[in-house]
Design a protein around this ligand. Sequence first.
Ligand code: PMV
Length: 348
Amino acid sequence: MVERIATAVGTPNIALVKYWGKRDASLNLPANSSFSLTLDENLRTTTSVMFSDSLAEDSLFVDGEKQDLNDSKNEKSAFAGKVVNILRDMAGVRSKALIASRNTFPKSAGFASSASGGAALAVAASGALGLNLDTRHLSVIARQISGSACRSVCGGFVVWHAGEKDDGSDSYAESIAPASYWPEVIDIMAMISSTKKKVSSSQGHALTPKTSDLYKARPATAEEHVRMVVDAIAKKDFGAVAEVTMKDSNSMHAVMLDSFPPIIYLNDASRAVIYAIHELNESEGSPIAAYTFDAGPNAHIITLKQHKDKVISTLREIVGDNMLVAGIGDGPRLLGENESLIRDGARL
Ligand code: PMV
């Protein structure tokens, strides 16, 4: 019996310049480039993948719960099945796969795990199959699980190039600097709500370009923001990083609101965070912190370690102690056999 198994850990990323809108939905090709920070292992997904002749079907367990790989409504598991198929074809392997995945995120946190999970799955599955794929290739594969997952394949400061080709081969993520380049940068996450969003990101990616007039300007604005943030990172100019980060989050949420029917992810607490950060920056005389929000109300505050206490006490007035802090991380890595979630042919 041939059994191939590998385990990898992946971490989330937070986009400072956002991806919203696709030029191709089936390949997850974005309308614009984006820029993110890959977070460290304070929040992580561990995924083990086993390919074995003894398995009768593909199966996926997330946090101990069996997922239906053929349920078209469960996007993430459908994508997981797709990625396993792509890699299996590349390796010329026919055996079925057992995938077991665990997140360390608190269940109540309301932070998406698709990026860390997608990166961990791509690395673990390709590792198990002995495919020696470089980061660019891995990011093209992870992109097909969830667009933003392709950025979590890289460590540190990451650009996802939108690309132009129809086959998506030039739409990949690339690290422009490792985590060690600017280790003072941190992300303080303020947990505002964990309720499931009414509009999934896939629905939103489709609705906004179709219905928002403001969206027409968004791809060019985002490309300009990517150039600005890359330049600011090169100069370690935190004030400029902070300004473009806040403007880009506001720009994405503006086109969301301009969609029809409108997509509204921010709530009163999110808005209170926005006002509080502007007040803090004003009282400091220059920006020491930046807010950014994904497809939900939870705030990510990007700041430098020396300002951590000030930012935390500002946020505490709004969210109490519901905060998580992460630094910048090095991206996914393969783990040893003793950390596998699958032992003796079965998941633990
Ligand atoms: O990767 P998806 O399809 O879940 O889209 C995520 C989009 C945002 O998180 C809102 C922005 C981004 O660039 O991460």
